[in-house]
Write a protein that binds this ligand. Structure first.
Ligand code: AMP
Ligand code: MN
Ligand code: MN
Length: 339
């Protein structure tokens, strides 16, 4: 799917003060794409603020070494502080619920809104959409925006966009990794992306708390339907006992689908503020976005999520029922396909 970036170029030319944001619980694609977008706009001489509804998970601090880029909406930055922003750029989401406590602010934003994204699920966000659901990551779309706008990929931008693409493709293992993904990565490495340093910063910085939380996650693993479904849970108590922080739950869902024969993985996290976040991953024909949508969530075909307001046990029961139904609908699969 090709994207016409001309309307974005026009918008950038006509305005000076930009606000960039992304989804709750930001991941590598969300934050790395913000680094890219901020770089692109600053090259054009624009004033940019990057304000997120969630704090930056510490493992991504290397994307903002002097801690001046990512700001935190709410306590640190109020809507009044953002009154001078002319254009809002929303990255890596197309659903209101992914904006969390920033949704009302975004709904009320008076100026033009831009969404750059690759998710299948889509709300009417009354925005200019630059979207390709076949793209591996929002970061990949930004590389195309750099090309189209004739902007230079600096080493800092290259590190951000490499992080974005690497994290959304599971470091180039998932089925959304294409030859074009790898060509893009080659270009980013040529532009200065430090693939080895980034990998080490992301994956060799475990805290004792996170490793213990992994242990709890593995202990909680259960299977259903003769091993076609695997699920795990993290309770508030698990977090408190292990000393882990909520961001330490990132990627733990991968354990569920790492088991041979598993077609659908579910991972439940009891949220500090109440409610339960479920992550859904498929290694079969089950449509995760469709499954998540039944609970008010969304995402991609092979990876999706939702937040429910029921107690943990009820959420598990509800999701398992829906998961069984979805697997029964596709019948028995003999080939375990990748994401
Ligand atoms: P996660 O399980 O949080 O890693 O999310 C998997 C994918 O689904 C990501 O691309 C998320 O952006 C997306 N996603 C997660 N939760 C939701 C939701 N409530 N609504 C729409 N998309 C979601
Ligand atoms: Mn994301
Ligand atoms: Mn993404």
């Amino acid at each position: 799917m090709s994207i016409d970036w001309t309307p974005l170029a026009d918008l950038i030319e006509r305005h000076d003060r930009f606000l960039v944001t992304t989804h709750v619980r930001p991941d590598g694609d969300a934050l790395g794409s913000e680094v890219g977008m901020a770089g692109l706009l600053r090259q054009r001489g624009k004033d940019v603020r990057v304000v997120n509804v969630s704090p930056t998970p510490p493992r991504y601090n290397y994307l903002d070494e002097d801690r001046t880029l990512f700001e935190h909406f709410g306590k640190q930055v109020t809507p009044a502080d953002l009154a001078d922003r002319e254009v809002l750029v929303i990255l890596d989401l197309s659903a209101w619920n992914q904006l969390g406590d920033m949704a009302d602010y975004v709904r009320g934003f008076a100026g033009p809104r831009v969404v750059i994204d690759h998710h299948v699920s889509e709300d009417d966000m009354r925005a200019m959409f630059f979207k390709d659901t076949t793209a591996e990551a929002t970061g990949g779309l930004l590389v195309r925006a750099f090309h189209s706008l004739g902007a230079k990929i600096t080493p800092e931008v290259a590190n951000g966009l490499l992080t974005a693409i690497a994290m959304d493709t599971g470091w180039f293992r998932h089925s959304n990794t294409t030859p074009q993904t790898l060509r893009t990565v080659a270009e980013l490495v040529e532009a200065g992306a430090e693939i080895n340093r980034i990998y080490r910063l992301l994956f060799e910085q475990n805290t004792l708390g996170r490793l213990k939380l992994m242990g709890e996650t593995l202990t909680s693993l259960r299977t259903e339907m003769g091993g076609r479904i695997a699920y795990a849970t993290v309770t508030r108590d698990d977090l408190a006992r292990t000393g882990a922080v909520p961001a330490d739950t990132e990627d733990l869902v991968d354990f569920t689908v790492s088991m041979s024969g598993v077609e659908l993985g579910l991972f439940f996290i009891e949220l500090a503020r109440g409610g339960v976040k479920v992550s859904i991953r498929a290694r079969s024909g089950v449509d995760c976005a469709g499954l998540a949508a039944r609970f008010g969530g969304g995402g991609h075909h092979a990876a999706a999520g939702a937040t429910l307001n029921e107690p943990l046990d009820d959420c598990v029961a509800l999701l398992l029922d829906a998961a069984r139904e979805a697997l029964e609908a596709i019948g028995t699969q003999t080939v375990k396909s990748a994401v």
